[in-house]
Design a protein around this ligand. Structure first.
Ligand code: ATP
Length: 444
């Protein structure tokens, strides 16, 4: 088994030396101007250790890494921290943070916790590859919608068909994909996950189909692509709606021919994988707009599962909250029992645009204040409370809400998007959907 690879973004010589002594392969990269595409490195963990001048970039750096590597453990070391910064780091997806100066042994212990054997043996590069024995996570929720999804998963898993999972961001599509694999006859074989937008255009073929030795300058040894790595198992193509048109045509060819060729390879490799794809976009709309090939869409949309937004299954809020609190209790060595009635009320009233991921991040951030027995309103992160207040002050009707925020912000779409906690694309989409025309306040 190869040694675990630890990337340190920024400087921390003492720690780097100690990790190397412990047998880890340590790679140091700069924080600034870094693309965070670890194509060759395939790290097991990343430690972000910024200089004083770089501290403010932490949330952005974490977000950029997270967008490509949804499962990669990220730890940050902060010398001059504020509560706000730590919360932003959690919201951006960090797993753990340490305040410098820290005890090196303590951080070593924590690193071990994140280096699970299955991760250390995973292979791959862009995006995350989950190997034969992934750390499976349960799917929490007893709402009618979740019960339906569970029973659909069981039925779909047994039928070896291509699946398309749709749903807003953070609704648990990755989890659904993992469950389909886990319950399928292919469960003993790999579940390989590819984050489509993180695959650079120039590397798509070598990453997906692999290459033989000497296929191009620098190909000193043969490499298996994702399709081969997933042999007899499942290949999960996440964020398929963001795949370029040229990548789509390559994928279509493989699906139609049911075979792949390695770059520079002679033989044909028959395809034996189950394809699972997911998108947080509306695939029919992408097809209508010419952004997604219709022929490919029909090949992928054989069985469909839709993960509903959290606002439509609020009865799951309490069990999800309890689950995340329990996980954080283990992580931080706390014994929090749950939420106070006021906190619960606030959680119920909120619409959760970031869905379960947002809920998880809010709970994680509430641990910063190390609540005593129950999480009070005081413990909930300030940013969440501000978001809640904004949402509450807006009209319920979505069109009216959007118009009112646009007017408030002088029709600046970026500011309106920030205020609504939507992406700019969502703002533009909704403007089109509701036929909103920029007018003076009195005309709307
Ligand atoms: N039902 C659930 N029970 C427990 N945890 C969940 C559940 N659904 C989602 N999560 C957790 O919420 C987070 C977001 O889920 P996931 O990454 O699967 O969402 P997604 O829909 O794939 O998001 P995106 O479209 O942004 O990729 C993950 O940490 C996941 O483990």
């Amino acid at each position: 088994m190869r040694s675990s690879v630890i990337v340190i973004a920024g400087e921390y010589e003492v720690l780097a030396k100690r990790l190397a002594e412990c047998g880890y392969r340590v790679i140091n990269i700069p924080i600034r101007h870094e693309s965070f595409r670890f194509v060759e490195i395939d790290p097991d963990i990343i430690i972000i250790s910024p200089s004083c001048r770089e501290v403010g970039h932490i949330p952005d750096v974490i977000r950029r890494i997270r967008s490509r590597y949804s499962l990669l453990p990220i730890i940050t070391i902060i010398a001059h921290s504020s509560e706000e910064l730590i919360i932003s780091a959690f919201r951006a997806g960090v797993n753990d943070y340490f305040k410098a100066p820290f005890d090196t042994d303590e951080i070593l212990e924590n690193i071990k916790k994140y280096l699970k054997p299955e991760r250390a043996s995973s292979q791959g590069c862009c995006g995350d590859c989950i190997s034969h024995k992934p750390r499976w996570q349960p799917m929490i929720g007893e709402s009618r919608a979740m019960q339906k999804i569970r029973s659909d998963i069981v039925k779909i898993a047994a039928a070896d068909m291509t699946v398309l999972i749709t749903g807003e961001t953070g609704t648990g599509k990755d989890l659904v994909a993992e469950l389909i694999h886990r319950k399928s006859p292919r469960r003993e074989f790999p579940f390989v996950c590819v984050n489509c937008p993180s695959l650079p255009e120039t590397l798509i073929e070598s990453e997906m189909f692999g290459y033989d030795k000497g296929a191009f300058t620098g190909a000193v040894r043969a490499k298996r692509g994702k399709f081969e790595l997933a042999a007899k198992g499942s290949l999960f193509l996440d964020e398929i709606g963001d795949m370029s048109l040229s990548a789509q045509s390559k994928l279509l060819r493989v699906i139609e021919k049911k075979e792949i060729f390695r770059l520079g390879g002679q033989g044909v490799i028959p395809l034996d994988v189950r394809l699972i794809t997911a998108t947080n976009k509306d695939p029919e709309k992408l097809v209508a707009e010419g952004k997604f090939r219709e022929d490919l869409f029909y090949r992928l949309n054989i069985v469909r599962i839709h993960a509903p937004p959290l606002r439509e299954r609020k009865s799951d809020l309490l069990s999800l909250t309890a689950w995340f609190i329990q996980k954080m209790n283990q992580q931080f060595g706390c014994q929090i029992e749950g939420l106070t009635e006021n906190s619960k009320r606030m959680m119920y009233q909120y619409e959760w645009p970031g869905n379960i991921r947002e809920l998880k991040n809010v709970i994680a951030a509430s641990f910063i204040n190390l609540p005593r027995r129950k999480t009070t309103l005081m413990d909930l992160p300030q940013s969440f409370k501000a978001q809640f207040e904004t949402a509450r002050s807006l009209p319920k009707n979505e069109r009216r809400k959007l118009v009112s925020v646009l007017m408030e912000n002088n029709w600046n779409k970026s500011r309106a998007a920030r205020k609504l906690n939507w992406s700019r694309m969502t703002v533009y989409r909704k403007i089109a959907k509701y036929n909103i025309v920029e007018k003076r306040a009195r005309d709307q």
